[in-house]
Design a protein around this ligand. Structure first.
Ligand SMILES: C[S@@+](CC[C@H](N)C(=O)[O-])C[C@H]1O[C@@H](n2cnc3c(N)ncnc32)[C@H](O)[C@@H]1O
Length: 280
C-alpha cells in the first residue's frame, strides 16, 4: 500500500526512490572512488567505529546501499551485515571483497530483521539525514546492539544552516539539502539536528552520546553556499575538486579535515559524525 500523507509518505518515497537497477548502477559508479575527498572523509568516519570495536566484530551497516562502508569494514576484517530496502542496491555489492565476511539482507531500517543485541557495532552513512523521524532509526540500531556496543551515525548540522541564514540567503537548491522542506514534499525533504536533539534521541534509545564532531568542512558547507550563491558555490565545488588533484593541496585539506575540522564548533560544517554507546 502506498501511504499518501505526512511522514509515512516521505518515508515511502525515500525508500522506493532507490529501488531501480539503473539508479543503483549509477549510484555505485558515483560513489566507488577510493581517491576523492568523500572517500577520505568516509575513512575518517569509519575510524570512529573501528577504534571502538575489537578485531573481527559483528558490524551492521544500516541502509548500506552499494556497500561502500560494508566493503571497507570487511576489508578491516569485520563480520559485516549490510541491510537495505533496495535489492537493486544490494545486488551491486561484491560479497567476496574483504577478509571479513559480508552478509546482505533486504530490510527496513525502521524495523530491522534482526534479533535484539545481535551486533557489536552499527554504522550508517547518508541515511539518517533523509528522514525527519530519524530517532526511530537510532532506536532500532540500539535494539540490535549488544550492551557496550557502539553506534556511529552521520547527520546534518542545524547550527550550520542557522549560521548560513545569518550570513546570507541560502540557495537550498544549489546546496542540495533543504531542512526547511516539510513532510509531504518527499522530494525536497531532509532532516538536520542539534546536539540536544542527538542527546534526546540517544537517551530515549538507551544510548550514551559519546562524541559529536563536524565532518567535512570543505565538502559540504551551507555557509559557503549562502555567501557564494548558486553559481559561486558550483565554482567552489569545482575548485575543491581541482585542488584535490594537487598533492600538496590535498595533503593540506586532509590535515585540516583531520585535525582542525573535528575541533571546530558544529556550526562550521554541514556534516556531523555522532558516536553513541549502548548502556550496559
Ligand atoms: C544515499 S544512499 C546511502 C547508501 C550508503 N549508506 C552509502 O553510504 O553509500 C541511501 C540508502 O538508504 C536506503 N534506504 C532508504 N530507505 C530505507 C529504509 N527504510 N530501510 C533501509 N534502507 C533504506 C536506500 O535504498 C539507499 O541505498
Amino acid at each position: 500500500m502506498t501511504p499518501n500523507t505526512g511522514l509515512d509518505a516521505v518515508k515511502h518515497f525515500k525508500s522506493t526512490a532507490w529501488t531501480s537497477a539503473e539508479r543503483a548502477q549509477v549510484y555505485d559508479r558515483n560513489t566507488n572512488s577510493t581517491s576523492d575527498l568523500t572517500h577520505f572523509l568516509t575513512t575518517e568516519f569509519i575510524g570512529a567505529l573501528q577504534q571502538r570495536i575489537a578485531p573481527g566484530s559483528a558490524v551492521l551497516d544500516l541502509g548500506c546501499g552499494t556497500g561502500v562502508l560494508t566493503k571497507a569494514l570487511a576489508m578491516l576484517g569485520h563480520d559485516v551485515t549490510g541491510v537495505d530496502i533496495s535489492q537493486a542496491m544490494l545486488d551491486q555489492i561484491d560479497t567476496g571483497t574483504g577478509p571479513g565476511r559480508i552478509t546482505l539482507r533486504q530490510g527496513n531500517v525502521f524495523a530491522l530483521p534482526f534479533a535484539d543485541a545481535s551486533f557489536d557495532g552499527v554504522i550508517t552513512r547518508w541515511v539518517i539525514p533523509h528522514f525527519r523521524d530519524w530517532p526511530g532509526i537510532v532506536r532500532e540500531a540500539a535494539r540490535v546492539l549488544r550492551p557496550g556496543g557502539t553506534l556511529v551515525i552521520d547527520h546534518t548540522s542545524r547550527a550550520n544552516y542557522a549560521l548560513a541564514a545569518r550570513e546570507a540567503v541560502l540557495d537550498h537548491t544549489a546546496f542540495g539539502y533543504d531542512p526547511r522542506v516539510r513532510g509531504g514534499d518527499a522530494n525536497g525533504f531532509y532532516a538536520a539536528a542539534t546536539v540536544d536533539e542527538l542527546q534526546l534521541a540517544a537517551d530515549s534509545a538507551g544510548l550514551e552520546l559519546v562524541d559529536v564532531a563536524p565532518l567535512g568542512f570543505f565538502r559540504q558547507n551551507a555557509v559557503f553556499a549562502a555567501v557564494l550563491g548558486a553559481e559561486g558555490h558550483a565554482a567552489y565545488r569545482k575548485a575543491v575538486d581541482a585542488f584535490w588533484q594537487d598533492p600538496g593541496a590535498r595533503a593540506f585539506i586532509q590535515w585540516f579535515e583531520r585535525h582542525v575540522t573535528r575541533a571546530l564548533p558544529l556550526e562550521m560544517a554541514n556534516g556531523m559524525a555522532a558516536v553513541m554507546k549502548k548502556r550496559a
